[in-house]
Design a protein around this ligand. Sequence first.
Ligand code: ZN
Length: 203
Amino acid sequence: MAPSTRASLALAAEARFIDELLREFPHFRIVYKNRDSLSNAIDVALRVLSFGRQDRYLTQYRTVIGDTLYVPDTWDHTPPVDRLICLRHERVHLRQRRRYGTLGMAMLYLFVPLPAGCAWFRARMEWEAYVETLRATAEWYGVDALKTPSLRAEMVQRFAGPDYLWMWPFRAAVGRWFDVAVAEIEGSIERGTASEGPSIADE
Ligand SMILES: [Zn+2]
């Protein structure tokens, strides 16, 4: 698919997706992190807890808290397809919040069993959301986009490294999760059971 075709399809798909999201979560809204005091406080805390190694919270990470998606200032200039992929990841977190309750999710995500170094619930919640990221990526960019070695290494680093405070520092395990997810996504796309991406196969 030509990039311009993908962009215009994604723009329409993003609008439909936000409509759906608002029907499911009527209080959903998007807030810019830079202008938000809670986000700035989290940024400071993460810099301290990660010994300065997670310093991209305000500029690169999108974060759902409650019904609000907090985004960097670059959100409006992000390609629509990448915004849509992000929204699919964040919808998983919104549904987790509904499943566990706001307080339950916060406690599990932040503290169980440890706030850093071994955060099983955070790792499982993020993994569930990243599988959706991978699925959406395959639907929009083609399944081969999942097979670049750098993506696997990046995902392993994201779970095992400082980005989420070393939430699951078992690199081989994360690598296996990744391989299983890619195989399942590839299988579902081959069977034609993929969900919300474009119906046009990649060229
Ligand atoms: Zn996430």
